[in-house]
Design a protein around this ligand. Sequence first.
Ligand code: SAM
Length: 288
Amino acid sequence: MCRYSGGRVLAVESGLYVVATPIGNLGDISQRALAVLAAADLVAAEDTRHSARLLQHYSIDVPLQAYHDHSNARAQARIMACLEASGVVVLVSDAGTPLISDPGYRLVREAQEQGYRVIPIPGACAAIAALSASGLPTDRFLFEGFLPAKAGARAARLQALATETATLVFYEAPHRVAETLEAMVVAFGAEREALLARELTKTFETLRRAPLAELAAFVAADSNQQRGEIVLAVSGSRGHDQELTPDITRLLLRLVAELPARRASAVVADLTGLRKKVLYDFLLEQKD
Ligand code: SAM
């Protein structure tokens, strides 16, 4: 039931509010988010028990209803009825910004199509938090969300992204992070800079930027890095003039088995347009 009754003057205007909630630290919520939540006639939540605990923390007591992208027509109809009665409906997910690898797309579309206001209340988002402290270029980035869980589909997706020049941002499950980093080394090359952002805003927050092979070794060697919530970011391809792709790396390593390092670097530089020094330095690092 929508709590709103006809003649009441609303402090918060009627509409569907898409409200960001913390991704760990409960201090990371805006005053506007709290005001809208406190005024809500209905909070549509991915997991009502989870959101009930969150609201309890802020001493907010409002009606909750489960909502996700596979919710049945009745759940959606109840939300629409509340909007129709000029109510304040708030959409939240378990953490961060709704619709960012979280439910809400269908509801936002439906509300817009029926002519209701949809109002974003911005706040925490793991991808943006990770990027902001990554030290990677942020002028252009591509949010990829979760990669496919199966190795073949994941490798194909990564390969399709190998020449992308924008910084890439991924969400990853902790039990897959080690193998995903290995797959990234294969697709993007050992030297591409990447970031592991783990448990952001929480006690064991870790931010580590390193070349992909080094980051993969760091995570493989420490099971603690394979726990919690994780964002991976990878700098974009810098093009063939500067970058050692996996194919070029293979060629170089094959040649250096037959030729001195300087000669192998010169041949590959000639074939690819890469700078000889980049190739030679890479061979020296391998030797080390
Ligand atoms: N809507 C959320 C947002 O705005 O970031 C993301 C929801 S998605 C279902 C959950 C994923 O976000 C996690 O598996 C993890 O990849 C990432 N994530 C959420 N909280 C995080 C945190 N505190 N630190 C690092 N990654 C986090």
